[in-house]
Design a protein around this ligand. Structure first.
Ligand SMILES: [Mn+2]
Length: 375
């Protein structure tokens, strides 16, 4: 059985962009031969949106010709409590589990200000037999009790701050769950609690400036025993907000060259946000004019291009250091192999994220930032 997991569509009539997910998702369902679609909450942005869009969504789900299993989220719960009808393919999870092709699906609703584990205990009591369990839950998952929660309230009283419904990794110890299909957080995130895959697919379309980068849905499949296997599928044909930040160290010419290269590789579905910050050697006015000219020349290759520049003041005493940043080549001691012998995966990842910038340069930048904070 092939199962597709998504969440947090936050549909509303005033945002036609968001409705693009419907056709994009239909293609994925067909291309990947998906048998069951899971929606882990906040399909609608509000109860009003649910009522307004219900006829369209009902027709849509009927046209998909496969089961759709869903739970409400904190945004649309009211509409589901009122019994909104989304057609015969759609099953609302929460009151009893649904078994399809030997897999048991169940749902845990968002509980405002309450720790999710109480509900989980209650739900788990109704799981019987050997069928692997896929649990949909609209919650905030934490590996540990977060610092901003009152630890005593969360751990002993089961209470949490207003808009939160925490589920902690420890709440999942010794549970027989093959896959935890989460919703509520809007960026793709995958982790594990013990062996249990714990996955947020994120919103399939950006809702605002904080939903950055490619959007995903998640394909999962049973394995002969134990946790399900899963992989994120990047969605094609939905809008994307991409944020690029660059620091300019008194060398605007190469920065402008890089920016032009970036802009030339336009992607029509991307709303590009370029944020520049730093020190210039030439005039700020000329620099800004150049930025605007570049934006004008390439804007039509993107859905939207926004470029902003924040100048920073530099104390005279730091100019020699900034010049050294431009001229210095990596010292022998920081050559490409020095760290390989000592540091493992975390550093590898960090180094990869530097995406082409050299380590000595980044280290000096940190140093200068530290000096500036002292100044
Ligand atoms: Mn939510």
């Amino acid at each position: 059985m092939r199962i597709l997991h998504t969440a947090d569509w936050h549909l509303r009539a005033e945002s036609p962009d968001r409705l693009r997910v419907l056709e994009v998702l239909r293609d994925v369902l067909d291309r990947e031969s998906v048998d069951v679609l899971l929606i882990a909450g906040d399909l609608f942005d509000s109860p009003q949106a649910a009522h307004r869009l219900r006829p369209d969504l009902r027709r849509y789900f009927e046209s998909l010709q496969r089961p759709v299993l869903l739970i409400p989220g904190n945004h649309d719960e009211e509409a589901f409590l009122e019994g909104i009808d989304l057609g015969q393919n759609v099953r609302l999870l929460g009151t009893e589990p649904v078994e399809l092709e030997g897999v048991l699906f169940d749902g845990l609703w968002f509980r405002r200000s309450q720790r999710a584990v109480r509900e989980l205990d209650r739900i788990q009591a109704r799981w019987s037999g050997d069928a692997p369990v896929v649990l949909l839950a609209h919650v905030s998952f934490y590996q540990r009790t977060p610092r901003w929660h009152n630890r005593d309230l969360v751990e002993h009283e089961g209470l949490a701050p207003g808009q939160d419904c925490p589920l902690l990794a420890e709440d999942l110890a010794d549970r027989e769950i093959a896959y935890l299909a989460l919703g509520h957080w809007h960026q793709y995130a995958a982790t594990r609690a013990g062996l249990i895959p714990v996955v947020y697919p994120g919103t399939p379309v950006p809702l605002g400036e904080s939903e950055l980068g490619p959007r995903y849905v998640v394909l999962l499949e049973p394995t002969p025993s134990g946790p399900f296997s899963f992989r994120p599928l990047p969605l094609q044909g939905v809008p994307e907000i991409r944020s690029v930040r660059r620091f300019i160290w008194g060398d605007e010419a190469p920065a402008l060259e890089q920016l032009e290269q970036l802009l030339a590789g336009g992607e029509p579905h991307v709303r590009l946000r370029v944020r520049l910050e730093g020190y210039l050697s030439g005039s700020e006015k000329a620099f800004r004019a150049r930025l605007e000219a570049l934006r004008g020349a390439y804007a039509d290759r993107w859905a939207e291009v926004m470029i902003d520049f924040t100048p920073r003041q530099v104390p005279d005493s730091l100019w020699p250091v900034l010049r050294a940043l431009q001229e210095l080549s990596p010292p022998a001691a920081l050559g490409p192999s020095w760290w390989q012998a000592y540091l493992e995966e975390p550093l590898w990842r960090w180094v990869e994220e530097l995406s082409g910038e050299s380590i000595h340069r980044r280290a000096l930048q940190y140093l200068v930032n530290a000096l500036l904070e002292q100044a």
